[in-house]
Design a protein around this ligand. Structure first.
Ligand code: C5P
Length: 242
């Protein structure tokens, strides 16, 4: 298997435009998709998406919309106007909310339709957190339920932990996009990511795209870090949270 950098998304987790655009300029020879999350979007607004597009790159707009169907459909329309390559909603917003988003995207007269994903269960939540909100299913069962709902509502795929890929593929099949953060090269610290796989393991497990942030963007030399993204096997290091 060759490790295809077209499946790599680099997370721009900074509030500063200059820092974000510098990372894009440094890495765009190898990677063409960059993730703009709440921090950067709330600091810089939709213009940041245009500026990344103007550098010849694509944007995964990771704003995780979650509201009543009408409001989220309006947000989807606004996301369409930024020309994001990919954006997402929370699957727990429900079937109708996701259907409305599908309809909005289908009805839009844009040359390239964005990929629309749903977040299933945030990887920061465990069984106890789900109990707090009266969900008695395990996180994995809940992920499968919400992945199926996402597919039925007509969205293109989900954001999920790499450890959930196999179960999601069993539940919804191959024709479904799975984007996985929580990947760590063998040479990187796990940091606050809990259920990790290496980039190559995640792709082999069936991820359509992998999201990598700090191992590359916080490295002393981000270009070198990106070059060795697929190097080596995972060795657990002291202090890693796994
Ligand atoms: O720096 P790191 O590689 O951990 O960055 C991962 C990115 O993916 C961050 O932007 C984080 O917010 C995002 N993400 C995640 N887990 C999720 C959803 C998104 O780590 N379940």
């Amino acid at each position: 298997m060759s490790y295809d950098y077209s499946k790599v998304i680099i997370a721009l987790d900074t509030p500063e435009e200059e820092k974000a655009l510098n990372i894009v300029k440094l890495l765009k020879h190898k990677v063409s998709i960059f993730k703009v999350g709440l921090e950067l979007f709330c600091s810089q607004g939709p213009e940041i998406v245009k500026k990344i597009n103007d550098l010849g790159c694509k944007v995964f707009l990771d704003l995780k919309f979650h509201d009543i169907p009408n409001t989220v459909a309006g947000a989807a329309k606004a996301a369409l106007s930024t020309q994001a390559f990919m954006f997402n909603v929370h699957a727990s917003g429900g079937r109708e909310m996701m259907r409305k988003v599908r309809e909005t995207v289908d009805a839009a007269s844009v040359s390239e339709k964005p990929i629309v994903l749903a977040v299933t269960v945030l990887t920061s939540l465990d069984e106890r957190d789900l109990k707090d909100i009266n969900i008695s299913k395990s996180p994995l069962e809940q992920v499968k339920t919400l992945a199926l709902l996402t597919k039925q509502a007509g969205l293109d795929g989900v954001v999920a932990s790499p450890k959930e890929i196999t179960a999601i593929r069993e539940a919804v099949g191959q024709d479904f996009i799975i984007v996985t953060p929580g990947v760590r090269p063998s040479w990187a610290q796990a940091g606050d990511q809990k259920r990790i796989m290496t980039p190559q393991e995640a792709l082999e497990a069936g991820a359509s795209y992998i999201v990598v942030g700090r191992p590359v963007t916080a490295a002393p030399d981000p270009v070198e870090a990106l070059d060795k993204l697929f190097d080596g096997a995972w060795h657990q290091q002291e202090g890693d949270i796994v």
